[in-house]
Each structure stands twice: as structure tokens, then as C-alpha cells.
Design a protein around this ligand. Structure first.
Ligand code: TA6
Length: 280
């Protein structure tokens, strides 16, 4: 008989007081922090972790948790003028990574275990009124995250996923467009390659990326299916940047790569953005 459940859990890894939900679907499990609606763990089978959480991650003092799947909204990266008309000091990657979300609907059946977390944001610096954001997380033979906001307004978003890698030098992401915006050097590069590998600081925006991507590493293949996106961001801070980040250890950069499903255009429109993960 397939065991399915959704349970409240206080603490995950070293974050002992963090309010979380645990989803169980047979041998598969996922853990979601209510702080930031951040999925912190996805194990298709026991002890087989797909995501990475920094051993130095923190959640107090308005700090964003380093690892799992941070939700970036309603802007990506440093805030631009259109989202910050008063030119005030605003955090990187938007406003909801450091807020507590509410638990909404929950379903548990043989088809899957699903929970929706919601947050109403009424302090947007560029939009009058309140916007309601939802993250639906569904666990069955894969894990699907769907971020949505019905408000018609300029809004960027990203599911900023940190994937565990066992050998960074053999990890690669494919298929990707040959051309990308290299944020390290702030130039557009066309390297004629459909693959991203990691041998230096990597911070790239691949516009119009495919729906189906693969994160390949020794003996492991992860399917990453995207919907509602217009770009994919690939990031690894490498050594020097890691050494300057308080919530990373010196060798942390060797343990993860970020492959982020993003919506970066700023037209007036509602948002639906999803990322589905499946080990194959
Ligand atoms: O998605 C890549 C990126 O935008 C990098 O430029 C780097 O800043 C990273 O996100 C982490 O951002 P954070 O605000 O979490 O430190």
C-alpha cells in the first residue's frame, strides 16, 4: 500500500527552529520551509538527495536561506529602476525569500501529494494594492514546483534551484542556446556550444532556453522540465566568490550548481512558472 502524507516539521538539517512541511509519497520525500516557501530537500528515494543546502545557511535576521529552491519575485537579481521608483534600498532577488508564507490547500492521493503555499504582498514599491503569490509543490514520481500570480503587472520570477553535485568537473547542463549573457563579464557570448560545464565562476543567462533540460553528472541524470519561462540561469560562484560569502564554506562551490527557471521579461502580465525535477 503506497504511503502518502503531509506533516508539519520543526527544523531541517542545522536549521533547528525552521517551520517546515514534509511530503511523503512512497519512498520519495520533500521538505519545504514556510520561510520563503523554499523547498530544501527532494529525495526520490531515501538518502538520495537531489538538492543542496549550505551547511552555513541561515534564516534569521532577514537572511535568505542558501540552498534548496529560493523563490525570486517580483524582480530577479539587483532591483532595476522600474521596480524601484523611489530608489530605496531593496534586496537582491525580490521580497518573498525572507517572508513567512501561509499553508493553503493540501491533497494526498495515489496520484501524488500536493501542497500550496500562499503569500499576499502589499508593500510592492512599484504597484498599488496587494498581489497574491502561490507556490504549488507536487510530489509523485517527480517533483513539480509551480509559482503563480494572477495580478496583471510587471513581474519577474525565478525558481533558483541549487542541485547537489558529487563531482563538479564532470557536471554539465544541456541542451542550452549557443549564445548567452555572461554576467561575470557583462558581455553576450556565442560559444557555439549547447553545453555548460563548470571550470570557473559561471553566471549566465540563457534566453529562450528549451523546455527540457538535463543536468548530467557521473552516473546520474536529472531531467529538468520548465514551463512559463523565457530564460534559464546557470550559476556557480567558484572559489573566490565563495570565500567572500558568509553562508558558504570555502569548498561549498564544489558541491552544487544552480540551474534556475526564470521569467525575466517585464511586460504587464500574470505569471505561471514551473520546474519539474525527475531523476532518470
Ligand atoms: O542567479 C545567479 C545570481 O543572480 C548570481 O548573480 C548571484 O548573485 C546569485 O544569484 C546569488 O544571489 P543571492 O542574492 O542569493 O546571494
Amino acid at each position: 500500500m503506497l504511503q502518502t502524507s503531509i506533516s508539519q516539521q520543526t527544523g531541517f538539517a542545522h536549521l533547528s527552529d525552521l517551520p517546515c512541511l514534509k511530503l511523503q509519497y512512497g519512498t520519495a520525500s520533500a521538505v519545504i520551509s514556510l520561510y520563503g516557501a523554499q523547498v530544501l530537500s527532494y529525495q526520490p528515494t531515501a538518502e538520495n538527495e537531489v538538492l543542496w543546502l549550505s551547511p552555513k545557511a541561515q534564516w534569521h535576521n532577514q537572511q535568505a536561506i542558501r540552498g534548496g529552491v529560493p523563490v525570486c519575485w517580483p524582480w530577479f537579481g539587483p532591483v532595476s529602476a522600474m521596480f524601484n521608483p523611489q530608489n530605496i534600498s531593496l534586496p537582491n532577488h525580490g521580497l518573498v525569500r525572507t517572508k513567512l508564507w501561509q499553508v493553503g490547500s493540501q491533497q494526498s492521493s495515489a496520484a501524488g501529494v500536493s501542497v500550496t503555499l500562499t503569500i499576499a504582498v502589499d508593500d510592492l514599491p512599484y504597484f498599488q494594492g496587494s498581489a497574491k503569490l502561490q507556490l504549488c509543490v507536487t510530489l509523485n514520481d517527480s517533483l513539480t514546483l509551480t509559482l503563480s500570480c494572477d495580478s496583471v503587472m510587471p513581474q519577474q520570477a525565478a525558481l533558483h534551484s541549487y542541485f547537489a553535485v558529487n563531482n563538479l568537473s564532470s557536471a554539465l547542463v544541456r541542451p542550452l542556446p549557443a549564445s548567452y549573457h555572461d554576467k561575470v563579464r557583462d558581455v553576450v557570448v556565442d560559444n557555439g556550444s549547447a553545453v555548460a560545464t563548470f571550470n570557473a565562476e559561471t553566471d549566465r543567462i540563457y534566453h529562450q532556453s528549451a523546455a527540457q533540460l538535463w543536468l548530467e553528472q557521473a552516473e546520474q541524470l536529472l531531467s529538468l522540465c520548465q514551463r512559463g519561462h523565457d530564460a534559464t540561469v546557470v550559476w556557480n560562484p567558484w572559489q573566490e566568490k565563495s570565500s567572500k560569502m558568509s553562508d558558504l564554506q570555502l569548498d561549498s562551490y564544489q558541491q552544487f550548481v544552480c540551474v534556475e527557471t526564470a521569467h525575466l521579461t517585464t511586460d504587464n502580465q500574470a505569471l505561471t512558472l514551473s520546474q519539474q525535477l525527475k531523476r532518470t
